[in-house]
Design a protein around this ligand. Structure first.
Ligand code: NAD
Length: 491
């Protein structure tokens, strides 16, 4: 399927609890970013609904065989689930791109297959990480037995609804936990489809539940629920603080927090192919219209490259035309909402008042669709305390600062608040590795930028960009606790 008609996609509305869709009268309007049309009214889980979902997950943890079945059988059910997701690509990709900022081509080429393969990746851990034997005295046997935590509460953002659900839910389920997920109220539907397919694949009802609703009501109630053993959250740093507070006040219970970013890209004058580097840099700030936690939003350029690089970036940006997410061929996404567009405008205007020079962009595209499309924008900035450098914008806005030597570049790269990712572009391996050592970032990409399908590499933040890791072995381990056992072997 290429383009599709957004008015003809049926929606798996409501919550999904114990293997059943729970339809309720919706009160939260859900809009399509491409044209601003309200296309659904979403129910919002109250405390009773959150109770029901957590109770379902608790019953499935204790009463189904999910946590106790041979781990290879758990893995097999997850692999079947991944197969069903791939087979459902027409519907799932349409559901994803209908109400999110993900163009249909990208949902088909990336989000759906990435989600299915991510589930397979975590399924493979199920029978490979069971604990370890400890080095105790010879007349004793010491072990650490890995056990699932129980009910994991998962909260996801709107920017990549399917893949963020996969990052949260797949490691938790593979480790034998059960899950209650709250997707973003702005992109609520693809997660319900994922949960339905899980049950079809043989995951017992109640193992993966979805509740809908607003963050401060449904999300907060999930974090505070005494039946939830751990919360895994992806979203903004401010909300992460609220999640941690709720978990501290009602536990404490463990949290994984994947939060905001303001990631630098350092470009040295020795890059061998400036055209290619410019394309990488442009994609890093315009992909998903900059609504990416690891967007490469702070460009640091060795001074001789400043003008030629800006010129090339402008050429790349000029090829991007806004498009509806349900049209094949769309490469440039809308912003998620008018509120988000106003936020981008406000920060750009404050940045200019504080001395930033607008080199390109700086306004919305003039479109008929009703969606909010913001032009790829470059702001040349002198001082690092400029709002466009300090604040996560979550739009296609790149700041650019020139440096004269490596030391200055590394100084500018350091951000007061965030440390999610960074990019280094240079032909000098020694310099690249010196930068890797010095950069405060959970991920550093060298001579490339952005995620690959290497699920084995964990992702997460330094500083206030997060606590804990998604992906990799670390994400699986974070869904287990270890019981120490010491056996006296003396006759
Ligand atoms: P957000 O913080 O507004 O919302 C995220 C989720 O939290 C939503 O489901 C929301 O309903 C819920 N929520 C809101 N208030 C809550 C509360 N008080 N208690 C519990 N849950 C609550 O973030 P967003 O706007 O959906 O997503 C964008 C943000 O996510 C950006 O800051 C981006 O950098 C970050 N993000 C980080 C990563 C990462 O891996 N580090 C990945 C994607 C997005």
């Amino acid at each position: 399927m290429a383009s599709f008609d957004p008015d003809r996609i049926s929606l798996p509305g409501g919550h999904y609890i114990h293997g059943r869709l729970v339809q309720e009268t919706g009160t939260l309007p859900v809009s399509r970013p491409s044209d601003g049309k309200v296309y659904a009214m979403l129910p919002s889980a109250d405390a009773g609904c959150v109770d029901a979902a957590v109770d379902s997950a608790r019953r499935a943890f204790g009463g189904s065989d999910w946590a106790r079945r041979p781990p290879r059988d758990r893995a097999r059910a997850m692999r079947r689930w991944a197969d069903l997701i791939e087979a459902d690509i027409d519907y799932l990709a349409a559901l994803e791109s209908l109400g999110s900022t993900r163009p249909i081509d990208q949902a088909r080429a990336w989000d759906v297959p990435y989600t299915a393969e991510g589930i397979r990746f975590f399924a493979e851990f199920a029978d490979k990480c069971g604990g370890e034997v400890a080095a105790t005295a010879h007349d004793h046997l010491g072990m650490q037995i890995a056990e699932p935590l129980g009910v994991v509460g998962a909260i996801a953002p709107w920017n990549f609804p399917l893949s963020m659900t996969c990052w949260k839910v797949a490691p938790a389920l593979a480790a034998g936990n059960t899950v209650v997920l709250k997707p973003s109220e702005m992109t609520p539907f693809s997660a319900v489809r994922l949960a339905t397919l899980a049950v079809e694949a043989g995951v017992p009802p109640g193992v993966f539940n979805v509740i809908q609703g607003s963050g401060p009501v449904a999300g907060e109630a999930l974090c505070r629920h005494p039946g939830v053993a751990k919360v895994t959250f992806t979203g903004s740093t401010g909300t992460g603080r609220a999640v941690m507070r709720a978990c501290a006040e009602t536990g404490p219970k463990p949290v994984t927090l994947e939060l905001g970013g303001k990631s630098p890209q350092l470009v040295f004058a020795d890059v061998p192919d400036l055209d290619r580097t410019a394309q990488t840099l442009a994609a890093a700030i315009t992909g998903n219209a900059g609504q990416v936690c690891v967007a490469g939003s702070r460009l640091l350029v060795e001074r001789p490259l400043l003008e030629p690089l800006v010129e090339r970036l402008q050429q790349c940006f000029a090829t991007l035309e806004p498009g509806l997410t349900w049209h094949a061929g769309t490469r440039f996404s809308p912003l998620i909402s008018d509120a988000q567009a106003r936020r981008v405008e406000t920060i750009v205007s404050r940045a200019r008042e504080a001395g930033a020079e607008l080199l390109t962009g700086g306004t919305r595209f003039d479109t008929e669709s009703g969606g909010c499309f913001y032009r790829p924008t470059i702001l040349q900035v002198g001082a690092s305390d400029n709002p466009a450098v300090r604040e996560e914008i979550f739009g296609p806005v790149l700041t650019i600062q020139a440096f004269d030597d490596e030391e200055e570049a590394l100084g500018l790269a350091e951000h007061e608040i965030y440390g999610l990712a960074a990019g280094v572009h240079t032909a000098d391996l020694g310099r690249a590795l010196r930068a890797v050592r010095r950069l405060s970032a959970g991920t550093v990409w060298v001579n490339r930028y952005g995620r690959s399908r290497d699920y084995i590499l964990p992702t997460g933040g330094y500083k206030r960009s997060g606590i804990g890791r998604d992906l990799g072995r670390a994400a699986y381990e974070a869904n287990l606790h270890h019981k120490s056992v010491l056996v006296d072997l003396t006759p």
